[in-house]
Design a binder for this molecule. Structure first.
Ligand SMILES: Cc1cc2nc3c(=O)[nH]c(=O)nc-3n(C[C@H](O)[C@H](O)[C@H](O)COP(=O)(O)O)c2cc1C
Length: 312
């Protein structure tokens, strides 16, 4: 009988070593506990938890979510228990897991981010993801993620203070995402993750009211996938640091598309709401695709898209 070649799903994102390339996207998987009733969450490559700020945040008024064609809009408003609440209520459970824990952090000043990153490093989380879609109060409220100088300063200053692997999460709401990818790399970010949600809005024409109280919100789900794949591809041609791709992944095929476009790992967000076990099915599906295609290491798929000219 022919010997089956083992499939290797392990990926090394610099110092961050994952057993497989599938993780959860921040804000869509709570703090892990919520999903542990559905499946063994230790099987995930990593868990990225909901964004944490220094002080607790109540979030926006309801309605905060609405369905849109092939996606959803959300304006949760970064509701979270704050640093102390996270350490007390969520961290003890996360520490019992046998998967990597990545904490998404957010703040309104460079100092907020530094304090949060240092706190996370001190308790031994595996990586910190900088959510840069927040207004910088010291600079008149411009978002860190859409203003190149504020973006650069933020990453540079946080990098100076911590050694923990840093992931910078890029906003798609910019003219040229490649520019931000390059700044993140040059400022010391170990990885980039993309994309965060795309700003959108929806109106109920009968009531003439916006469908979410905040009026605008972040669009996510399959509707944004082609934009996200394009942005991952553009960034992969611009930087050498690993890329975590996300935006509309609900199936193994979606995940593989991101990897072929240049992602070393992927994250599932809205897909968890449609199918709580989506991540596990995606891991299995990637494995069976590799087996069919005769690929032994998932790393060989990263950026392995063939261009039409290759056919000539
Ligand atoms: C309800 C909800 C909450 C989110 N909260 C966060 C957050 O706290 N921090 C963050 O960086 N991204 C947050 N995101 C963005 C997701 O992590 C992800 O980047 C985006 O939804 C695209 O992936 P998807 O189409 O698979 O959902 C949130 C998304 C949703 C839908």
């Amino acid at each position: 009988m022919a010997k089956k070649t083992p499939i290797n799903l392990r990926v090394n994102l610099g110092k961050l070593k994952l057993k497989n390339p599938v993780m959860t996207a921040s804000g869509t998987f709570g703090y892990g506990k919520e999903y542990s009733e559905f499946f063994d969450i230790n099987k995930l490559g990593a868990i990225v938890v909901k964004g944490i700020s220094l002080k607790p945040m109540k979030g926006n008024p309801s309605p905060r979510i609405c369905e849109t064609p092939s996606g959803m809009l959300n304006a949760i408003g970064l509701q979270n228990p704050g640093l102390k609440g996270f350490m007390k209520q969520q961290l003890p459970f996360l520490k019992t897991l046998k998967t990597k824990i990545i904490v998404n952090i957010l703040g309104n000043s460079v100092d907020d981010y530094i304090e949060l990153a240092e706190a996370m490093e001190s308790v031994g989380v595996d990586a910190v993801e900088l959510n840069v879609s927040c207004p910088n109060v010291k600079k008149g409220g411009i978002a860190f993620g859409t203003e190149p100088f504020a973006f650069e300063e933020l990453i540079t200053e946080v990098r100076k203070r911590v050694k923990v692997p840093l992931i910078t999460k890029l906003s798609p709401n910019v003219t040229d995402i490649k520019q931000f990818a390059k700044i993140a790399e040059d400022s010391g970010s170990d990885m980039i993750s993309l994309i965060n949600t795309i700003t959108g809005m929806s109106i109920d024409i009968r009531t003439r009211r916006p469908r979410i109280a905040n009026i605008t919100g972040g669009l996510s789900g399959p509707a944004i996938k082609p934009v996200a794949v394009r942005m991952v591809w553009e960034c992969s041609r611009t930087v050498k640091i690993p890329i975590i791709g996300m935006g509309g992944i609900i199936s193994p095929e979606d995940a593989i598309e991101f990897i072929l476009a240049g992602a070393s790992a992927v994250a599932v967000g809205t897909g968890n709401f449609i199918n709580p076990a989506a991540t596990i099915e995606i891991i299995k599906g990637i494995k069976s695709y590799m087996s069919t295609e005769g690929i032994t290491s998932v790393n060989d798929l990263t950026g392995a898209m063939r261009c039409l000219k290759d056919r000539l």
